[in-house]
Design a protein around this ligand. Sequence first.
Ligand code: SAH
Length: 226
Amino acid sequence: MHEQKEEGITMDWGSVYQGEAPPWDIGRPQKEYTQLEQAGEIVGSVLDVGCGTGENALYLAAQGHEVWGIDFTSTAIQKAQEKATQRHLTATFLVLNAFELHTLGRTFDTVIDSGLFHVWSDEERPRFVDNLAAVIRRGGTYFMLCVSELTPVPDYSQLKDVMPKDFMPNFSKSKPGDYGPRRVTQAEIRNSFQDGWHINYIRQATMEGRLEPSEGHAWLSSISKE
Ligand code: SAH
């Protein structure tokens, strides 16, 4: 079970996967990723960073990609492995911290991220981007779906029943919002990928969830390593 300290706040990722599925764990791939695949934008081998219980990774494996998924929460990885077995799909799921991606010792054509980048603090962002650079081949692409500043403040009274009491009570350092994932702006994304990367696009997108409203405003970014 992992805990992350941010401004004195503990995020207990292990506990969110133990009971009822957390709001982002929708039991199917995010439609932004199915659309990217159908449009032929996802090529070759794929690493899913912060893969959770593996729905996006398993969808891409079913489409014929070689897929690895990493997440530092062992409960999530265990669930992903069980789904792979049940669905007769081949994918490699590993418990790994996203700040240790270089230890994978290989590169991928594509890296996908659904809901990981928006958990980083300002200090963590450049460290994560360095780790990404270690596992994407030159010319390979990082696709990232993160909650945007257009997403309104969630109603915590609605979340109380499904989220552990002390999970992310005040996650967001950006405004708006004092609960839930950090809202990321396009400028922040561009700022993080200035050196050694080419931003192909940042599109308005939606991130699906299990609670109402069932979709949040997100940015879908396509960023290639130079
Ligand atoms: N991509 C999944 C999960 C998104 S939630 C989905 O779409 O359902 C964010 C995920 O990032 C969680 O599963 C959490 O365990 C993982 N995570 C958070 N910090 C991490 C870190 N430092 N290293 C690896 N995984 C991390």
